[in-house]
Design a protein around this ligand. Structure first.
Ligand code: ZN
Length: 183
């Protein structure tokens, strides 16, 4: 599956200067990645390591019940004044895939199951590889929507706006694409 267009979103390459570097020592991005990616996908942007606060969990899920994630959002947005939140999924994910994953716990399994049932119809028409790639994409879309609904994002304070980005990392091609929401 290449550059595929859906009614809800499209996929396009991430420009390396999407978020320009401002100060090598000041965080400006909160990055939510997957803990089984094993990649240096945070280097897909021309930013210094200290410009990013990185959180990883199973399947890059923005769950309010994940206290590590919830407190990272509060700290990054309220205290460190970051203006960008990136959700980064990755192709080849060991969690976000159509085969049942054995042994991961509630609520993580519940989220994967919910994703599968929501998109069952679209998945039926795809090959196995494309199914898994599609699932990684729609998972990032869903997590972007959850981030958009966070109180810290809705009310970041006067004269501030938090930009939400969805990335898809492809290790085989060593490149990152981004999700562009059509609404
Ligand atoms: Zn993963």
């Amino acid at each position: 599956m290449g550059q595929r267009l859906f009614s809800e979103y499209s996929v396009a390459p991430v420009p390396r200067n999407l978020i320009p570097s401002l100060d090598p020592s000041k965080p400006q991005v909160l990055w939510l990645g997957c803990c089984d990616s094993g990649y240096d996908e945070t280097t897909t942007l021309d930013l210094f390591p200290d410009e990013m606060i990185v959180v990883r969990n199973i399947g890059n899920l923005a769950l309010g019940t994940d206290l590590t994630w919830a407190s990272a959002v509060q700290h990054a947005v309220d205290n460190l004044q970051v203006d960008h939140i990136i959700v980064c999924g990755h192709y080849g994910c060991g969690i976000i895939k159509t085969d049942p994953v054995v042994g991961i716990h509630f609520p993580w399994q519940k989220e994967v199951d919910s994703l599968l049932s929501t998109h069952q119809k679209e998945l039926e028409n795809l090959s196995v590889d494309d199914r898994n790639r599609y699932l990684v994409q729609v998972n990032v879309v869903k997590q972007m929507q959850l981030v958009r609904d966070l109180l810290e994002v809705i009310y970041p304070g006067e004269h501030r706006r938090i930009d939400i980005h969805g990335f898809l990392y492809d290790r085989v091609r060593d490149r990152a694409d981004r999700i562009l929401l059509n609404r």
